[in-house]
Ligand binder design. Structure first.
Ligand code: NAD
Ligand code: UDP
Length: 311
């Protein structure tokens, strides 16, 4: 049995990871400060004797024993990571140092949840792992983008300096059940606006693109990376290469929810990336990863989740 520590385990992605790890017989220690995580996301796991929760902020050191660590603690939506940008940078940098220190002491392998945001507003398209990015280090997204880039630097240095088994996944926009209704991300915003019959809020003219991955596909890719031998360190992009404009996403959600909502246009936030599509050649070759869930099916499940749990 493997003892896996999941930081951010009560969040959207973390809770899905905890579920999959428990299902395969791992012991799971969920560490979360509940900034954006919720008890509801993990309630159904609490009576599993292999599941344990600690309320803890990873910017402070943690002394536990484990065999593997998935470092997912960090607010992910622009609205949440910009709420307290200094804390976001601390979580990415101090938090990651604490997590790597824990890996160094215990000999655990450690996987970092990095992000497509390390590519910033990319001028290479689609984005391969070799692309070094085009990132503002002073704008409103910088606390997250630069924090995540520094976390990757720390992962590389702990590997080189201390010989730790490190792995980095660069996650592209992921959606699915347990996203928060009010997190400001585009899929949750559009679905909840549609279900409430409110205006659908497109920022800018909606020509910017994103590529959306269903959460089950992403989790499968992450577990495949975790299970790789030590010489596979990444970074590896995981996402779904199907790219669409934000306007197309709005139109699809309007159609699928059969809502009377109107599509409205608003100011584009500063430094909003114009295009984003993962190059997943490495994930395909090294992990045998292939996204399986068509967007329409993933959206249907996400709409059903918000219908059942409320927006
Ligand atoms: P989320 O906000 O739902 O989850 C983050 C979790 O981390 C929450 O449970 C939160 O309470 C916890 N947390 C935040 N700061 C903490 C701290 N200092 N100490 C302990 N816990 C803390 O977001 P998510 O979408 O599940 O994202 C999880 C991870 O995946 C993040 O690291 C994020 O950067 C990364 N990621 C997500 C996406 C995506 O599309 N969802 C894309 C790229 C990267
Ligand atoms: N967006 C939008 N309307 C919304 C929320 C987001 O048009 O109500 C846009 C946003 O400006 C961005 C894209 O959708 O261009 C994706 O935004 P999100 O915050 O989900 O992810 P990120 O920008 O971090 O990829």
């Amino acid at each position: 049995m493997t003892r896996v520590l999941v930081t951010g385990g009560a969040g959207f992605l973390g809770s899905h990871l905890c579920e999959v790890l428990l299902a395969r017989g791992d012991e799971v220690l969920c560490v979360d400060n509940f900034f954006t995580g919720r008890k509801q996301n993990i309630l159904h796991m609490l009576d599993n004797p292999l599941f344990e929760v600690i309320r803890h902020d990873i910017t402070f050191p943690l002394y536990v024993e484990c065999d593997a660590i998935l470092n997912f603690a960090c607010p992910a939506s622009p609205k949440h990571y910009q709420f307290d940008p200094v804390q976001t940078t601390k979580t990415c940098v101090h938090g990651t140092i604490n997590v790597l220190g824990l890996a160094k002491r215990t000999g655990a392998k450690v996987l970092q949840a990095s992000t497509s945001e390390v590519y910033g507003d990319p001028d290479v398209h689609p984005q391969p792992e070799e692309y070094v990015g085009s990132v503002s280090f002073t704008g409103p997204r910088s606390c997250y983008d630069e924090g995540k880039r520094c976390a990757e630097t720390l992962f590389h240095d702990y590997r080189r300096q201390h010989g730790i088994d490190t792995k980095i996944v660069r996650i592209f926009n992921t959606y699915g059940p347990r996203m928060q209704a009010d997190d400001g991300r585009v899929i949750s915003n559009f679905i909840c606006q549609a279900l409430r019959g409110e205006d659908i809020t497109i920022y800018g003219d909606g020509s910017q693109t994103r590529s959306f991955c269903y959460v089950d596909d992403l989790v499968r890719g992450i577990i495949a990376l975790l299970d790789q031998p030590k010489d596979v360190a990444g970074p590896i992009n995981i996402g779904n290469p199907r790219e669409m404009t934000i306007r197309e996403a709005a139109e699809l959600i309007v159609k699928m929810t059969d809502t009377p909502s109107r599509v409205t246009y608003h100011d584009l936030p500063q430094d909003d990336p114009k295009q984003r599509q993962p190059d997943i050649t490495k994930a395909r070759e090294i992990l045998g990863f292939e996204p399986k869930t068509p967007l329409e099916e993933g959206l249907q499940r996400t709409i059903a989740y918000f219908q059942a749990h409320g927006c």
